[in-house]
Design a protein. Structure first.
Length: 294
């Protein structure tokens, strides 16, 4: 809590003679000028004066409002401001770009006219609840602008009515669909039970192997990780595998070769090896190797 600053008192004559000094003192705390021993005037700083008449607070509010407006204009998310009747009251440049229309053409229009799929979307009920009951909403909604185009939507109640914040996440949904397909393919391989799968590092060390591969060589699944994959092959097949494995990382193209796995009992299992590189955003993480009996 701010303590009350006790003012300094100075006679008027002394104040006039040392005005420069007392002006400096007033920047730190009020200076009371007395006349015949009675308080007559008070010298305070400009900042203190503005706080007294409210100008400082008003300027602070104006600065905050200007900063918020500048932020909305600058952010990459599309922002659509609506009034309490559901009409567009303002849009930022990102919203105009997303909708591919000039901001002036959007102003004052009902939101269903601006977003073609809005009126028949589940988002419409949430939008009405934001306007009527000041409820927030966040969710991922398809088809507001184009079929199969997904947007991340945030509804935020505001004194004017509300704001709709939109972010295009169609690429992310495409990535999820691809991941789902890959998981389904991996499950199908495991259910089949005849396809051996190994995940190996760029140095050929086995990081994981599935039960089918362990069954092919007659070993425990837990015994395969940390071995070099070429150690699972017949001696005469190792050189060809190494060349194909190194070529995989040079070109990035999948490789398919005929080879032979060595069983724990010393026998061989003729297989076809299919190798595909695993690559992150910055470097290669290794490869996936599929072994299918020939």
């Amino acid at each position: 809590m701010e303590t009350v600053r006790e003012p300094q008192r100075v006679p008027a004559a002394e104040f006039i003679r040392g005005f420069a000094n007392w002006r400096l003192q007033a920047s730190r705390k009020p200076v009371v000028v007395t006349h015949h021993g009675k308080d007559a005037h008070v010298l305070i700083s400009l900042a203190d004066y503005r706080r007294l008449d409210g100008r400082g607070e008003a300027e602070g509010r104006d600065a905050m409002a200007a900063s918020q407006a500048a932020l909305i204009e600058a952010i990459r998310d599309a922002v659509i401001l609506v009034d309490r009747t559901g009409r567009v009251a303002g849009v930022n440049p990102a919203a105009a770009d997303l909708l591919e229309r000039a901001a002036t053409a959007l102003m004052g229009r009902p939101l269903p006219d601006v977003l073609p799929g809005f009126a028949r979307s589940v988002l419409f009920a949430h939008f009405l609840r934001m306007l009527d009951h000041r409820e927030r909403f966040s969710g991922e909604v398809p088809g507001l602008i184009e079929p199969q185009r997904w947007l991340r939507v945030d509804l935020v109640p505001l004194p004017i009515g509300g704001a709709m914040v939109l972010r295009d996440i169609s690429d992310a949904w495409g990535t999820r669909a691809e991941q789902d397909a890959r998981r389904a393919l991996a499950d199908a391989v495991e259910i089949d039970g005849t396809i051996g799968v190994a995940r190996v590092s760029v140095r050929e060390a086995v990081e994981a192997a599935n039960p089918a591969l362990a069954a092919m060589i007659g070993a425990k699944q837990s015994a395969i990780p940390h071995l070099r994959f070429s150690a699972l092959l017949a001696a005469g097949q190792r050189h060809a595998f190494t060349e194909a494995f190194e070529g995989l990382f040079r070109t990035g193209d999948p490789v398919r070769i005929a080879s032979e796995l060595v069983t724990r009992g010393g026998g061989v299992v003729p297989v076809t090896l299919a190798m595909v590189e695993r690559r992150s955003a910055y470097a290669s993480d290794g490869a996936i190797i599929l072994a299918v009996r020939r």
